[in-house]
Design a protein. Structure first.
Length: 340
């Protein structure tokens, strides 16, 4: 027999696209690698490397790329160069009006810094639990919500779009299961602040598909949940088109949870190139859902993303080399024959 050699990628035409009823035709991926991914790395990369990372992601077809965070350097030193980074990305939005480069802002001073650089998309964050609010920002839950409300109000007055991150929606390392009603009530408050997009975070990766469905039903007002003792959760009345999901893959459930969210009508999914990231304030939080793994699944379902999987995988390999370790994404490893 003749050895045909090892192919450089999957056989042509794979994954085979097999659409299913009840799923969206298109999904927008909210890429968080440059912010949520790099903030949890021990190494601090040069600003020019970060800028090239964002440019490579855009060249792969991603149109929403969370670039950085305007936090105090002592909080997240890996992202202390936000003022230096953003001017290096100015050509992206100018070249393609569909490209958005949101940034995370923890307070009004961070917002001011971002607005001075022309940022038009910002994100605020809140916690679904008291314990994580104290661990993350050293404030009570109510204090943290009040601060986010002030930031969101000023951002909207300045004409910026506001995204809201809600952490610990499915479980908390200190408090355990988080009642669906509790999450729905806080999500409603973020929505009323003017957050036009609300990202539901499974910060420690403990969600399962049934829990995801119950929470989304409660948030959209179409049902109620039975999680953590709830016998019925009043709907929060948030339109599903304003919701996004942000899953961590701690227990290998991120793709299953994403599929459950898609079946509920969600069309925005957060993911991180190469599976980078976690949460520096929750030790049990491991990597984000890898963007490549997500794109592979969506391609197989015939769902459009506009992302070139080969270019994206090459970008993650390049970033893994900069970080000095292999990519944790299974799709990247399969496509590039990296060692497990």
């Amino acid at each position: 027999m003749t050895d045909a050699g090892t192919p450089s990628g999957p056989p042509a035409g794979l994954p085979m696209a097999v659409p299913q009823e009840g799923l969206p035709a298109q999904v927008r991926i909210h890429e968080v690698g440059p912010r949520d991914g790099l903030q949890n790395e021990k190494a601090t990369l040069p600003t020019k490397v970060k800028a090239e990372f964002v440019h490579r992601l855009a060249a792969a077809g991603l149109t929403t790329i969370e670039a950085t965070s305007f936090v105090h350097p002592s909080w997240v030193p890996q992202l202390a160069d936000a003022e230096e980074l953003m001017p290096l990305l100015g050509d992206l939005a100018g070249a393609d009006p569909e490209v958005r480069l949101p940034v995370l802002v923890p307070n009004e001073r961070g917002l001011e810094r971002a607005l001075e650089l022309g940022v038009r998309d910002v994100a605020v964050f809140a916690s679904a639990t008291e314990s994580f609010a104290r661990a993350n920002v050293n404030r009570t839950l109510e204090e943290a919500l009040a601060k986010s409300a002030a930031v969101a109000d000023r951002a909207r007055q300045a004409g910026a779009r506001v995204r809201g991150y809600l952490s610990m929606c499915f479980g908390d390392p200190w408090e355990g299961p988080v009642p669906v009603a509790q999450v729905a009530a806080i999500a409603r408050r973020l929505y009323e602040m003017g957050c036009t997009e609300l990202s539901l975070g499974d910060t420690i990766g403990v969600a399962t598909p049934g829990h995801v469905t119950a929470l989304l039903d409660a948030l959209t007002g179409t049902g109620g949940g039975t999680t953590a003792g709830d016998t019925g959760t009043p709907g929060a009345g948030i339109p599903v088109e304003h919701l996004a999901v942000h899953f961590h893959d701690t227990y290998g459930q991120a793709l299953a949870n994403t599929l459950a969210a898609l079946r509920c009508g969600v069309t925005v999914v957060d993911a991180s190139a190469g599976g980078l990231g976690g949460c520096p304030y929750a030790r049990s939080a491991t990597g984000n859902l890898a963007t490549e793994d997500l794109v592979w699944m969506l391609n197989g379902l015939g769902i459009r993303t506009g992302v070139d999987l080969d270019r994206l995988s090459a970008t993650s390999v390049w970033m893994a080399e900069k970080l000095g370790r292999p990519s944790p994404s299974r799709t990247v490893r399969a496509l590039t024959h990296q060692e497990q």
